[in-house]
Design a protein. Structure first.
Length: 342
């Protein structure tokens, strides 16, 4: 028994405890309930009675020595790990992590610029709901019952209520404005609109518009033209030219498409403008008397004009962006190009 105790003592003395794995192996081999020292205590009953006391004392000394070696090694390993964590987490010599600021979206930049331009000539901002009813989206704007825009391929109707839909234009805000306020009215209506179209480089199911409405006594088409001349030169530059082409819209009469000189070729002709030197930016016209009457405004006393343009369209022309999908992809490489744009 004494020889076994001396052999175990030598093994404990020679044991290398430098990491947690070695420490755990030492605990199992010598200190645990099934370890070498526990086996020696079990064998104590086979020792002669006259030697049992002395052997027991040596076993207790061996047990204490093993436990002391284990505790010292455990403390050293724990302190070393704590020192390593402290060094790693609080290295004050490392540079700080930069806080990068975001930038405004190009659509927001153009929207705000539109508001500023029209604000300088007395237009305020009006807003309305994006979920609309048939009356405000179609009927009040002089759309016949069989107009193609009422079909499902153009409009998102709500399945729970067929009279409710996602607005297809911000003209709905014009109707609500005319219903609730008396002339004179001079407002622009920027907002998000929805149409059931395939997404491509030139079309999207969600996009942004702004529309303008001016109603007062003796408003003429000349007022409309001068307003849009002013806007085009302020938005695109003083060299910008504008032209009007006869067109048709249910809610205006007469109606006209709005073209400006191509920003790419400066009117010389290119593939963007299909060689014409002109690009379309929106539609306009004098408010149809039926629309005024349906909103409670006497068309014999008041007249007015309205216009509408796509914010994406203007942004693409202003910054020469060729793919509409870039506006919704949130690619920071694209968005960072507008960090210094005011």
């Amino acid at each position: 028994m004494v020889e076994k105790i001396q052999q175990v003592a030598q093994e404990i003395e020679a044991a290398q405890l430098t990491n947690a794995a070695e420490l755990e192996q030492f605990r199992i081999a010598y200190i645990g309930r099934k370890g070498r020292i526990a086996d020696l205590f079990d064998g104590l009953k086979q020792v002669a009675p006259e030697e049992r006391r002395q052997v027991g004392q040596e076993l207790n000394t061996l047990k204490n020595k093993a436990q002391e070696k284990f505790d010292q090694a455990q403390e050293q390993i724990t302190n070393a790990a704590a020192d390593e964590r402290t060094t790693t987490a609080f290295d004050y010599s490392l540079p700080t992590v930069p806080n990068t600021l975001g930038t405004r979206h190009p659509l927001s930049i153009v929207r705000n610029e539109v508001i500023r331009i029209f604000g300088r000539i007395g237009f305020n901002v009006a807003e309305g709901p994006e979920i609309e009813d048939d009356w405000h989206n179609f009927s009040a704007l002089n759309f016949p019952e069989n107009h193609p825009a009422r079909e499902m391929q153009d409009t998102f109707f709500l399945s729970q209520n067929k009279d409710k839909l996602l607005r297809t234009h911000t003209s709905t805000v014009q109707v609500r404005l005319m219903e609730t306020q008396k002339p004179p009215l001079r407002s622009i209506m920027p907002g998000r609109v929805y149409r059931n179209e395939a997404i491509s480089a030139r079309a999207h199911m969600v996009f942004h518009q702004f529309e303008g409405l001016y109603i007062d006594k003796n408003v003429s088409f000349a007022d409309l033209k001068q307003t849009l001349y002013y806007f085009a030169k302020e938005m695109f530059g003083q060299d910008t030219k504008i032209r009007f082409r006869p067109s048709f819209f249910p809610f205006t009469e007469p109606s006209a498409e709005i073209d400006i000189t191509c920003m790419i070729c400066k009117g010389e002709g290119c593939n963007i403008c299909k060689g014409s030197g002109w690009v379309e930016i929106g539609g306009s016209g004098m408010v149809d008397p039926n629309v005024l009457a349906s909103s409670g405004i006497d068309p014999e006393v008041y007249s007015g004009f309205a216009f509408g343009m796509g914010i994406e369209r203007i942004t693409m022309l202003k910054y020469q962006i060729k793919d509409l999908r870039l506006f919704t992809e949130n690619d920071v490489r694209f968005l960072r190009q507008f960090e210094n744009v005011m």
